[in-house]
Design a protein around this ligand. Structure first.
Ligand SMILES: [Mg+2]
Ligand SMILES: [Zn+2]
Length: 183
C-alpha cells in the first residue's frame, strides 16, 4: 500500500488571503512548499490536496478560474519535475451542510477510497483547526504548520496542543524524510 501525504492548499502550499484566492495571479506559493512536494514525490509518496473552496459557492470565482489556479500550480510543480496525484475540494458554502467541507472528513474519506490508502498512517498537513478536526475524525495524523492560520490556531485552540507543529511544509517534509531514512 502506498504512503500518502495529504495537504491543505491555502496557507500551507500558497499564501492565504482573507479575501480568498480568486485568480491565478493571486496564487503565490509559500517559499519552499513546491520544492517540499517535489521531495515527497521523489521519495515515493503520493501527494494529494484537500481544500475548502467555498469561494465557488459564494460566487467569488468559478470552476474555470479554479482550474486556472491549479494549472498554475501544476506548471510550477512540473518545472521542478513533480506533479500532484489529486486535488480534492469542497465547492459548497458553510450553510450547505455538505459532507465534504472540513472540519467534516468527507474529502479525506474520498481520497482514501480512491487511492486505497490507510488513513491511520497518513498525515494531513493543515493550517486551520478544521484541518486538525477533519484528520482526527477519521483517525488520520493531523499536522499543523505555522504558516497561514497556524499561529492563530496555536494561540486560540488548546486542543491543537497535542498536534505536531512545524514552521512550514518544507520543515515537515524534511522531518518526515529524515525519519524515513533512519527507519
Ligand atoms: Mg488552509
Ligand atoms: Zn462540500
Amino acid at each position: 500500500m502506498s504512503q500518502m501525504i495529504i495537504i491543505d492548499r491555502d496557507g500551507v502550499i500558497n499564501q492565504d488571503s482573507e479575501d480568498y484566492i480568486k485568480s491565478a495571479d493571486e496564487w503565490i506559493p509559500i517559499p519552499g512548499s513546491l520544492e517540499a512536494i517535489c521531495r515527497l514525490k521523489k521519495a515515493g509518496y503520493l501527494v494529494t490536496i484537500a481544500s475548502n473552496q467555498s469561494g465557488l459557492a459564494r460566487g467569488l470565482y468559478n470552476e474555470e478560474t479554479l482550474q486556472q489556479i491549479h494549472d498554475k500550480m501544476d506548471r510550477m510543480l512540473a518545472a521542478r519535475g513533480a506533479s500532484i496525484d489529486g486535488i480534492f475540494y469542497c465547492p459548497h458554502s458553510p450553510r450547505a451542510n455538505c459532507v465534504c467541507r472540513k472540519p467534516k472528513p468527507g474529502l479525506l474519506i474520498q481520497i482514501a477510497r480512491q487511492f486505497d490508502i490507510d488513513l491511520s498512517v497518513t498525515s494531513f498537513v493543515g493550517d486551520s483547526i478544521s484541518d486538525i478536526q477533519a484528520a482526527q475524525m477519521v483517525n488520520a495524523l493531523p499536522i499543523l504548520v505555522r504558516t497561514g492560520n497556524g499561529e492563530y490556531v496555536m494561540q486560540n485552540y488548546p486542543e491543537a496542543i497535542d498536534v505536531p507543529v512545524f514552521d512550514n511544509l518544507a520543515h515537515f517534509v524534511r522531518d518526515t524524510l529524515r525519519k524515513n531514512a533512519s527507519e
